[in-house]
Structures are given as C-alpha cells and as structure tokens.
Design a protein around this ligand. Structure first.
Ligand code: F6R
Length: 250
C-alpha cells in the first residue's frame, strides 16, 4: 500500500519497493494515455525509471501515437555506442513500448537550443519522467545550474561520472560532458513524475523535498512546478521529516 499527501503543488508517495513505486507511476501514465492526454513523453535514462518502463511494457498499452523526448544525451560517444542515450532509449523505452524510432527525439550538442524549439513545436511535454542524482541533479543539471536554464551543454560533476561508471568498461570511458534539457525546460512540462529509490539517495530526497529551495539542490526547484509527484521507495524516503513540501524558500 502507498501513502500520499498532496500539497497545493507536490505529492510525495512512498512504496515498499521500487517496483511498487513503478506500478503507481505507471497507473498515472496509463490514465493520461487512455484519456488522450499523452502525446509527448519526456524520458530519463538510468536505473530509476527502468522498472516503470518494464511495467508500462508489461501492460501492453498502445503508445504508437506518443513521441518520446530524451532528457539528455552524452557528448563524445561514438554513434551507436550502447550507452549513448539514443541507444538506451531505443532499447529500453521505444522498443518495448512499440514507439517507432522516428518518434524518438534527443538533444543535439551541435544545436542545443533547437531542442527547446522542437519540444514547443510538438506542443510541449505532457509528462516528464525524472530520476535524481545523489547530488540532487535532474537531467544533467548539476548543483548550481540556473533555475531558468534551457537545453545546453554541461560538464558532468565528478560524482555523476563516478556514479555512471557502472555502465562503462572503465571510469575513464564515462563522457565528461552532456547536452541536457535545462531546469527551465523541465519545469515547462505539464506534469512531472520523479522516481527515486535506494538509501544512497535518501539525503538528497530529504533536502529536495523538505529543505530550502536552492539552486545548489536542483531537485528542490521542482516545487516551483504545479504538478509534480515523487514516487519513492521506503529507503529513499527514510530521511524525510514530512511529506509536506514547503512552497516558499526558507
Ligand atoms: C538520466 C538523467 C539523470 C538520472 C540520475 C539518476 O537521463 O538525466 O538525471 O536520472 O542520474 O540516475 P540513476 O537512476 O541511474 O540513479
């Protein structure tokens, strides 16, 4: 069973496992899809959303009319590299959901600003799926990123490269830069789903949900948004003092 407490802007749900959190997030996405409210889906990569993509695929829903917009992409990987987000989104999201590759979009390091225009031309993002880094990053907006930032090239924090080394043969193979939707781009989405699991993210969750709204904790800025739901497992929620999210910076 889950518990949910909504404030005016943000809901925080906790679940016994990442899989249970994914089922709840999938319910919200399925409901959008069935109501015809899901034309554009923003997709994070990494471990956090994997159970959600698996759950959505298991339900056998018709995603054929939905366009996917990746949150970010590494720079410097050779075309077709299995860890490039183009490949990851194709393999873990588009393929399992039956979305044609022509409807899969990623930011391009050669012209980052074009991505914001492309999103706008598709009518904006209906649902944005996010994970969160241990340092509170969303997309690859590392601590200190401007809250009104748009899609742009960024340097990855050392801790982010370390965390993502598990996907590469050696830590040195992790790219040093990426092109990411900006925080402002993310906040433009109509609805936001954040999935976080694991004890190692508990401090960042507590800071983002209960702490001050500050650019040094990028996920704390999500409270500026009108419709955000956090789907946490019990480990990630372990340090929350309350599920009520302060609306104003302290
Ligand atoms: C991925 C992304 C990142 C991840 C975050 C958490 O597209 O933009 O913000 O969501 O680094 O990664 P995991 O889920 O692998 O712990």
């Amino acid at each position: 069973m889950s518990t949910a407490t909504a404030t005016r802007r943000t809901a925080v749900e906790t679940h016994p496992s990442p899989e249970a959190a994914a089922v709840a997030a999938a319910d919200a996405i399925e409901s959008d899809l069935r109501a015809g409210r899901l034309r554009t889906l923003g997709v994070a990569t990494g471990s956090s959303p994997s159970p959600l993509y698996r759950e959505l695929a298991r339900r056998g829903l018709d995603f054929s009319g939905v366009s996917l917009f990746a949150l970010d992409e590494y720079l410097g990987l050779p075309h077709g590299h299995p860890q490039s987000y183009r490949e990851v989104v194709a393999r873990e999201v588009a393929g399992p959901l039956g979305i044609p590759l022509g409807a899969v979009h990623l930011p391009d390091g050669g012209d980052p600003a074009a991505y914001d225009r492309l999103i706008a031309a598709h009518g904006g993002i209906d649902r944005q799926i996010l994970g969160m880094g241990r340092n509170g990053h969303i997309g690859f907006n590392e601590p200190g990123s401007p809250v009104d930032s748009r899609t742009r090239i960024v340097d990855l924090a050392a801790s982010t490269r370390e965390a993502n080394a598990r996907f590469f043969e050696t830590p040195d193979d992790v790219p040093v830069q990426s092109v990411t939707q900006g925080i402002g781009t993310i906040l433009d989405a109509r609805r936001i789903v954040v999935l976080v699991s694991g004890r190692e993210k508990a401090a960042a969750v507590a800071a983002a949900v209960n702490g001050p709204r500050t650019a040094s904790m990028p996920a704390s800025v999500l409270r500026d948004h009108a419709d955000v739901t956090w789907y946490l497992d019990d480990d990630a929620a372990a340090l929350l003092s309350t599920r009520d999210v302060p609306e104003v910076a302290s």
